[in-house]
Design a protein around this ligand. Structure first.
Ligand SMILES: CC(C)(COP(=O)(O)OP(=O)(O)OC[C@H]1O[C@@H](n2cnc3c(N)ncnc32)[C@H](O)[C@@H]1OP(=O)(O)O)[C@@H](O)C(=O)NCCC(=O)NCCS
Length: 162
């Protein structure tokens, strides 16, 4: 029989907040771990300061960033610039919560459609997006380079926010 208490204990307690400049260093650290072209702390600071960029962070009890998402708005459309969750906190619904948080905020801003690009081989991200309601809108063949230099296709996904 499944021990519900031990399942609960394994989850990372967290809260969701607007992404702020003080989170930039944590975002850059996580981004560098999971993406082959890391963005600097300065780049995160200036994105967070941009009027047309929105974001959310999942924070642990000590205020450390467990996951974050950045979204850029353009009229009634928006694009997910990046999303990442710390390896130790994955598969606990944080990625989905971050997406839901941004979708809600975009709806309030009258944004109707959300786009993103994802590596065709990124199974975890494709699962998250598929379950969220994203569908394929296009493809850029060989758009990414893997660490080994091999080209990888980028899928363009979109989701109606209705
Ligand atoms: C993609 C990523 C953000 C997902 O974050 P997460 O917090 O683990 O996602 P969630 O726990 O909210 O999972 C959402 C759904 O996707 C599924 N999923 C997530 N990771 C999965 C994996 N590795 N294998 C299979 N399914 C997975 C979950 O099971 C869940 O489905 P469920 O609701 O039926 O349980 C995380 O894996 C990550 O940071 N990856 C590295 C950075 C990255 O690739 N970003 C995306 C670039 S486009």
């Amino acid at each position: 029989m499944i021990d519900m208490f031990s399942l609960l204990r394994r989850r990372s307690p967290h809260t969701l907040e607007h992404l702020r400049a003080e989170h930039a260093a944590d975002c850059a650290r996580l981004h560098a771990l999971y993406f082959s072209h890391p963005w600097s702390v300065n780049e995160f600071e200036s994105l967070i300061a941009s009027a047309n960029v929105h974001g959310a962070a999942a924070l642990d009890g000590a205020g450390k960033v467990l996951g974050f998402v950045l979204v850029r708005l353009a009229a009634d459309e928006a694009e997910i610039l990046t999303i990442a969750v710390d390896k130790s906190a994955r598969k606990q619904g944080i990625g989905r919560e971050l997406l839901e948080n941004q979708a809600e905020s975009l709806r309030r801003n009258r944004v109707r459609k959300l786009f993103l690009e994802v590596d065709e081989d990124n199974a975890a991200a494709r699962k998250l997006y598929g379950k969220f309601g994203f569908t394929q809108a296009g493809m850029r063949p060989g758009y990414y380079r893997t660490a080994s230099g091999k080209p990888a296709n980028a899928l363009i996904l979109s989701c109606d926010l209705g």
